[in-house]
Design a protein around this ligand. Structure first.
Ligand code: ZN
Length: 121
């Protein structure tokens, strides 16, 4: 961890610096995030988990079976997070799995019932 660079301006930092001497940016929180494998806000390195999260979020909107994509990508993201703990994304994956799976199933049932009602009328 001797070769640290400022995420704001890209200039080299003295080891253990709490803020950048060049641009004044504080990155104490950033350092805490790097230590905590599950505390990442956005898992940039785990795209499956990130897409699963957005699928889960957008799965609440009916008319699109995106929730099932969130479920599949969430499982993928969870596997990726297990193999590469540094890439994070467990929380995002679980949101994709739980929310995406739940709403994906709900809209699937609703669509199926609507189709059934249309066919039987
Ligand atoms: Zn800087």
């Amino acid at each position: 961890m001797s070769d640290a660079y400022c995420p704001g301006c890209g200039k080299p930092l003295p080891p253990g610096a709490a803020y950048c001497v060049h641009c004044g940016r504080s990155f104490r929180d950033q350092a805490a995030d790097d230590r905590d494998a599950t505390g990442g806000i956005i898992p940039y390195k785990n795209s499956s988990a990130l897409i699963a999260y957005y699928c889960g979020v957008f799965a609440v909107i009916p008319c699109f079976p995106i929730g099932l994509a969130g479920l599949v990508l969430g499982i993928k993201g969870l596997r990726h997070a297990k193999e590469h703990p540094a890439s994070k994304g467990q929380v995002h994956s679980w949101i994709g799995i739980v929310v995406g799976g739940l709403f994906g199933l709900v809209w699937l049932v609703v669509t199926g019932m609507m189709a059934f009602a249309m066919l039987s009328s």
